[in-house]
Every structure is written in C-alpha cells, then in structure tokens.
Design a protein around this ligand. Structure first.
Ligand SMILES: *Cc1c(COP(=O)(O)O)cnc(C)c1O
Length: 378
C-alpha cells in the first residue's frame, strides 16, 4: 500500500526529546521552544513567533486579536478546513464565504471586494497546498477598507510570495505542525506577527491571560491575570521533535519538491491531452510542495479514479467539502456572490500520496495507475 501521508521523521527527534526530558523543563517555553522561535524569526524574517498547540489554536489567537464584536463579519474561502472558520465563529463573527480560483484553489482576490459590508472586519486567506494567494491585491483591498488580514498558512511553511515568507505578510500568520504537514511536532502550530503592538497581547492570550512570558524574561517580578486568554503553548517535548525537523528544513523541502516535480512532469502529457487538470504555481510564488493534486472531469470520474487507485494499492483522497454547504456553514455564515468554482472544482480535486522520502518507484506506481485508468500508455 502506498500511503497518502507518512509523518516526517529525520532521525534526531528521539535524541532531542530525550534531551528535553533531561532538561527537566517539559512544560512550554523551554529551551527547544526558544530555539524554534529564534530559527523561525530569522528564517522567515518576522518579529514575533509563538509556538502553539495546533494550527487551530494559532488561528484562534489571530481571530481573538481581530477584536471582533457580535455581528462583525469575516471574509474567507469556503474551500478550507473547519478550523479556519471555527476560529472566527468562536471569536463571535459571522462568516462570509467567497469563491476560489480554479487554478490554485485559493480565494479569488477579484471577488473579495464585492463581499465587503460595513460590518466586515477581517479577511482570512488560506494558502492552499502551500501556494500563495495574491497577497498584494488582498493587502491593498484590506488597507483601503481598514480590515485585518489573517493568513492561514497551515500548509505554507517555507513557501514565499515575492520573496516574503507566507504567514508574515498579513497582520497575523498561522502555521500548522500537525503530522500531515511538511514539518511536524505531532500536534502543534505557530502564531506569527510583525505587529509588535499585538505581540504582548498574543503572549498573554497564549499564557492563560497572564503576563508569565514577561515574568520568564525577568521583566516583572510576579505574574498576574491581565486579560482573557487560554492555554495555547505546547510542551517542550513537542518542540524538541519540531526542532529536529527545522534543522533539516531545507533537506525536507528539497526532497518534497523533487517528488512534486516528478509528478508534474509525469502527468503533464495527460493534462496536454485534456484528460486531467494539474496545479498552477503563480510566478510570484515559491512553493513548498505541500501537496500534489489533479482534477478529474467530474465527481463521478474522481470517485472511479479513487477506487481504481485503491485497488492498485494507492491511497489518494479528495479534500474539503465546501464549508458553506455544511451544517455549521449554513448556521454561521453565507456565501457571497455566485458559487462558480468552489463546489464544482472541489468535487473534481484528488490529492496524490505526498510525504518526505516518498520513494521514486512508489511515485511512478501512482503515475502508472493513473495512466492505466485513462487508458493511455506512458
Ligand atoms: C491543517 C490545517 C489547519 C489546522 O491545523 P491543526 O494543526 O491541525 O490544528 C487549519 N487550516 C488549514 C488550511 C490546514 O490545512
């Protein structure tokens, strides 16, 4: 069986976890967390990074920092994971879903402005498959209307837009280090911002509403309850696992890109014959090979292709059921404008096995099985 995903593992994780335990500082913000923070600040050229217990909790922090009031609206794509939406619902907002572009499956920047009302407070973009949204256009719209921009860069760690790391372009950025992502700590994530006026509140939110972070830096002699907050900081044991992966971040990235490019080259002939559609990487984007997807003709063909691949030992999977059509989406939001692409394109999309150290032979078995399905020889 060729798995859809295998959690990344470089070999040094267990040594670092042992070291974290020996440090006798297994709670949050220990030495490994500090190393991860410093590495990401430097690598992604961003002022504040806070490891979190998940990508979901990083999104919750971002949503809380948008200072939403009941009735306020947040614009986001419908083609995303529930966490993107939950964060804003929990923060009290109404959701306004907009359509995606079929080439990247990212929010269509051209359809955002029409969705803005006098209650709109934020735009949350999702860099699907680690491919950048059109951030210049989105930030320009946001600035003109006085809106916050949150980047759900859960899939975008190590990707860039015009030379800037995804997650560092909007007001707040959110990474995920779940085991299905390019870099992992089991469960985990990170919150990023260049807005130092929010950095202190972010620390307080993450530390149960207290200024313990300041206390740990010796800036106050005792810590007290400052504001509302939660517990969003991960154990240093998890950070130790992540540190092993960040040390090898370039190697992991290159390895995934080799697989991504191999899929792309091998499947291009099918696309040229009009049998499938393949992802587009916009010129402004350097991507991280988070995912390789293709689009079948329609839902029926995709269902048959999944079954065909399964029978040949290949695990390929569809992705999001558009949120606006889900029970919670109906309850908490509305779709603005026409659903031109979201439903139709999500019905066609299929994700192929993709992980660190995917064997070339396995990748070619996946490709062969797809060619066999379409009755074309390679
Ligand atoms: C994975 C993911 C999340 C959630 O991250 P967790 O770490 O699993 O909480 C949120 N948004 C998107 C787009 C994701 O892919």
């Amino acid at each position: 069986m060729i798995d859809f995903n295998i959690a990344p593992f470089v070999g040094t994780e267990t040594d670092y976890i042992r070291e974290a335990v020996a440090n006798k500082m297994i709670c949050g913000d220990g030495p490994f967390t500090k190393r991860c923070h410093a590495w990401m600040r430097e690598r992604f050229d961003v002022q504040k990074v806070l490891l979190t217990t998940s990508g979901t909790s990083a999104l919750e922090m971002a949503a809380l920092l948008c200072d939403l009031e009941p009735g306020d609206e947040v614009i986001l794509p419908s083609f995303t994971f529930s966490s993107t939406a939950n964060a804003f619902v929990l923060a009290g907002a109404r959701l306004v879903f907009t359509d995606v572009r079929p080439d990247t499956m990212n929010i269509d920047e051209g359809k955002i402005e029409a969705a803005i009302t006098d209650r709109t407070r934020a735009i949350c973009v999702v860099h699907y498959a680690g491919v950048a949204c059109e951030m210049d256009a989105i930030v320009e719209i946001a600035q003109r209307h006085g809106l916050k921009v949150v980047e759900d860069a859960a899939q975008g760690v190590m990707s860039a837009y015009k030379g800037r790391a995804l997650g560092t372009i909007g007001d707040f950025g959110c990474f995920s280090f779940h085991e299905t992502k390019n870099y992992s700590m089991g469960e985990g994530g990170a919150f990023l911002t260049n807005d130092m006026s929010c950095a202190e509140r972010a620390e307080i939110l993450r530390e149960k509403g207290t200024d313990r972070s300041k206390f740990l830096r010796g800036q106050v002699d005792k810590y007290t309850w400052q504001d509302y907050g939660s517990s969003y900081l991960p154990s240093d044991i998890n950070a130790a696992y992540l540190w092993a992966q960040l040390e090898k971040a370039d190697g992991i990235n290159e390895n995934r890109l080799v697989s991504w490019n191999a899929y792309d080259a091998a499947l291009r002939p099918l696309a040229e014959r009009g049998l499938v559609e393949l992802p587009t990487i916009p010129v402004n984007c350097v991507h991280n090979a988070h995912m390789y997807w293709l689009k079948a003709a329609d839902l029926d063909e995709r269902t048959r292709l999944i079954a065909h691949l399964k029978a040949r030992g290949v695990q390929a999977t569809f992705h999001y059921i558009p949120l606006h059509s889900a029970p919670a989406g109906l309850k908490f939001g509305r779709f603005d404008g026409e659903d031109e692409f979201t439903t139709r394109e999500s019905n066609r999309l299929l994700r192929l096995p993709m992980y660190y150290n995917l064997a070339k032979d396995d990748l070619l078995r996946v490709v062969d099985a797809i060619y066999e399905f379409y009755g074309v020889s390679r």
